[in-house]
Design a protein around this ligand. Structure first.
Ligand code: FES
Ligand code: FES
Length: 158
């Protein structure tokens, strides 16, 4: 099938890339654009390891075609770092030990990023529900929830 040029912003930079109509966004981001922070776990929309931000919404990039990003804004975990400064969520995940192997972490961070934009002062139950689409095999979730709570507190007082 004929390839197609698509343009979008990736972490605030303009991107133009040639893709096949059947190619998934996660593959283009990782393989062509070399942003390997977003991980591939299940490839069936269950685990959330591939979660990134597309046009202000959390998406699981293993179930989004790259052509759907045309003209859009994509933010990956690499884009959370600004002016060499970690995002408060990244700081909080470190502080609260919100990770062990780290495989789920980029997806967790990107989901938490969008979740806190939508709900800056969530209850614990709201965090659990908001993060329910992201699976972790290591942490038992307690410290991930704590990290999101800490980030919310720090962002509110910043
Ligand atoms: S790799 Fe996309 S949800 Fe698991
Ligand atoms: S820290 Fe290992 S899968 Fe979450």
């Amino acid at each position: 099938m004929a390839k197609k040029h698509i343009s979008f912003t990736l972490n605030r930079q303009n991107i133009d890339v040639l893709v096949e109509p059947r190619e998934l966004l996660i593959h283009v981001i990782r393989e062509q654009l070399q942003k390997t922070g977003s991980h591939i776990g299940c490839e069936t929309s269950h685990c959330g390891a591939c979660t990134l931000d597309l046009n202000g919404q959390s998406v699981k990039a293993c179930t989004v075609l790259a052509v759907q990003a045309e003209g859009g804004e994509v933010l990956t975990v690499e884009g959370l770092l600004q002016n060499d400064k970690l995002h408060p969520l990244q700081e909080a995940f470190m502080q609260e030990h919100g990770l062990q192997c780290g495989f789920c972490t980029p997806g967790m961070l990107m989901r938490a990023y969008r979740f806190l934009q939508e709900n800056p002062q969530p209850t614990e139950a709201e965090i659990r529900s908001g993060m329910a689409g992201n699976l972790c095999r290591c942490t038992g979730y307690q410290n991930i929830i704590k990290a999101v709570q800490t980030a919310a507190k720090n962002m509110a007082s910043a």
